[in-house]
Design a protein around this ligand. Structure first.
Ligand code: KG4
Ligand code: ZN
Length: 424
C-alpha cells in the first residue's frame, strides 16, 4: 500500500518537473506552434523540440496592416499543416491510420463549429496519426485580435479533447517576457523590470516574483512597433515597417560614419540631429515623470515633416528613419532607466518584436553598463517577434507555479485586451 502511494507521488513530482507542452499562438498575423520540453521549478529550463511560424505578412501587406477576419481565415488554413510540421520536427509524428470514435468526432465538430474549414483537415489528421505523447496544450487567450485568438483557443480545445490533455491558457505579453528563458542558462532573478515592445503592446512591468506583476506604465495610444509600421507607411516603405526603418537608419549611420572618416567634420557617428532642425522629431512624454508612453505624436510629426519636403529622396528617408529610431530608443531607455533607479531590480527583461532591432538592443546594452547589479536579458533575435515557444514557456511557468490546466470542456474566453498585471 505504502509502496503504491510512493509510486503515485513520484509520478506526480516527475510530472511537475518535466513536461512536454504543445503551444499554439494565433493572436495576430502569425500562425505559430511549438513543442517545448520544460524541466525544473525555481530555475526552469526549456528545450525546443519543434517550432514553426507561418507568417501572413504577404496576405496583409496590401492593406498596410493586419486585417482581423483575414487573419482568422489564414489561421484556419494553416493550423493543421503547421501542427504536422512541428510534430515532425520533434520526431513525434507517427502514422497510424484508424477511425475516430463517433462521439469524439462529434465533440470535435461541435468545438470547431465556428471555425469553418478547420474540422475536416483536423479530423483527417487525427485519423491518420497516432496521439503524440504530450502533457498539456498551451494557447494564447489574449491580448490580440479576438477572431484570431478564438481560432487558436478552439483548435487547442479540439486537440485537447481528441488527445485527452489539459489546456493552459496563456497571456501573450507574459509569453514575450518569458521568451528570454528559451536561452539555455538564462535565469530570471527577482525583482525584475520587464519592458515589452511590440506591434500591439508597450508595457513596463515590475515582476516581484514568478507570476506576480505590477504594471508600471503602458502606451496611451500607439504601440512602439505600430509607430514604426505607421512611420514606414508614411515614408512609402512596405509592411511591417520596423525592419525597413531599421535598415534605412543603419545605412544613415554608416553614411555619417563614412563622411566623418573622409572629412572629420561630424564629431560622432551618431551625432544627434539638433533641436530646431527640420529633421528633429519629438520625444513624447520623455520627462512626464511617470512610466506611460505615447508614440502617436512621433508618427504625426513624421507625417508633417514629409509634407514639408518638396521632393523626397532616399537620402532624406534615411535621415528621417535614423531620427525616428533615435527618438524611440531615447524614450524607451529613459523610462526604463527611471524604473531601474526606482526599483533596483536584479534583472531587466526587454522583449517583443521591436527588440529584434539591433540599434535599440545596443541602446539597452549601453544603459545596463551603469547598473552593474542588474543583468539584461533579451530573447534570441528570432524569438523576439511572435512565436509559440514563448507561449509554451509562459504556460510551463504557470504550471510550475502551481496552476493546473483546464479541461477541453471548460470555458476559455478570448480576451483582446487581456492585461498582464492584476489579471490572471
Ligand atoms: O511581437 P510582434 O511580432 O507582434 C506583436 O505582439 O505585436 O511584433 C511585431 C512588431 C511590428 O510592429 C514590427 O514592425 C516590429 O515588431 N519589428 C521591428 C523590427 N522587427 C520587427 N521594429 C523595429 N525594428 C525591427 N528590426
Ligand atoms: Zn507579440
Amino acid at each position: 500500500m505504502i509502496r503504491k502511494k510512493l509510486v503515485v507521488i513520484c509520478t506526480a513530482l516527475y510530472k511537475i518537473r518535466m513536461m512536454r507542452i504543445l503551444a499554439i499562438e494565433t493572436s495576430c498575423d502569425e500562425t505559430a506552434l511549438a513543442l517545448v520540453e520544460a524541466e525544473g521549478k525555481e530555475k526552469p529550463g526549456f528545450k525546443i523540440l519543434g517550432s514553426a511560424v507561418h507568417s501572413q505578412i504577404d496576405v496583409h501587406k496590401e492593406y498596410g496592416g493586419v486585417f482581423p477576419t483575414l487573419a482568422k481565415r489564414e489561421h484556419i488554413v494553416n493550423l493543421v499543416p503547421v501542427l504536422a510540421k512541428v510534430l515532425k520536427e520533434a520526431e513525434v509524428l507517427k502514422e497510424n491510420p484508424k477511425a475516430l470514435p463517433k462521439d469524439k468526432k462529434e465533440k470535435i465538430e461541435k468545438i470547431l463549429e465556428r471555425e469553418n474549414g478547420l474540422v475536416l483537415p483536423l479530423l483527417n489528421f487525427l485519423e491518420k496519426y497516432e496521439k503524440a505523447e504530450l502533457d498539456a496544450v498551451a494557447v494564447t487567450r489574449g491580448p490580440g485580435l479576438e477572431p484570431a485568438l478564438w481560432v487558436g483557443i478552439n483548435f487547442a480545445k479540439a486537440l485537447a479533447s481528441a488527445w485527452d490533455m489539459p489546456i493552459m491558457p496563456a497571456n501573450h505579453i507574459e509569453g514575450h517576457m518569458m521568451s528570454v528563458l528559451a536561452d539555455t542558462g538564462a535565469e530570471i532573478e527577482f525583482p525584475a523590470v520587464a519592458l515589452t515592445i511590440s506591434g500591439g503592446h508597450t508595457e513596463l512591468v515590475l515582476a516581484r516574483n514568478w507570476r506576480d506583476y505590477v504594471l508600471l506604465g503602458a502606451t496611451r495610444d500607439d504601440a512602439v512597433g505600430e509607430a514604426f509600421d505607421k512611420a514606414a507607411r508614411i515614408l512609402g516603405l512596405p509592411y511591417p515597417g520596423g525592419p525597413e526603418i531599421s535598415r534605412l537608419a543603419e545605412q544613415a549611420r554608416t553614411d555619417a560614419e563614412q563622411t566623418r572618416k573622409s572629412t572629420e567634420i561630424i564629431p560622432s557617428k551618431s551625432a544627434p540631429i539638433p533641436r530646431g532642425s527640420a529633421f528633429r522629431l519629438p520625444r513624447p512624454m520623455i520627462d512626464s515623470g511617470n512610466y506611460d508612453f505615447s508614440f502617436s505624436g512621433i508618427k504625426t510629426a513624421v507625417l508633417y515633416m514629409v509634407r514639408e519636403i518638396p521632393k523626397m529622396t532616399e537620402e532624406i528617408k534615411k535621415l528621417i528613419a535614423r531620427e525616428f529610431e533615435d527618438a524611440v530608443a531615447e524614450v524607451l531607455v529613459k523610462k526604463t532607466k527611471d524604473a531601474l533607479l526606482e526599483f533596483n531590480p536584479k534583472t531587466l527583461i526587454v522583449s517583443g518584436g521591436v527588440i529584434a532591432n539591433l540599434y535599440i538592443r545596443s541602446a539597452f546594452e549601453d544603459t545596463i553598463k551603469d547598473f552593474p547589479e542588474t543583468k539584461l536579458l533579451f530573447p534570441q533575435r528570432h524569438l523576439s517577434t511572435d512565436n509559440a515557444v514563448m507561449i509554451g514557456i509562459a504556460a510551463a511557468v504557470r504550471m510550475f507555479s502551481g496552476e493546473a490546466g483546464v479541461s477541453a470542456d471548460s470555458e476559455i474566453k478570448a480576451d483582446g485586451n487581456l492585461r498582464l498585471a492584476g489579471v490572471s
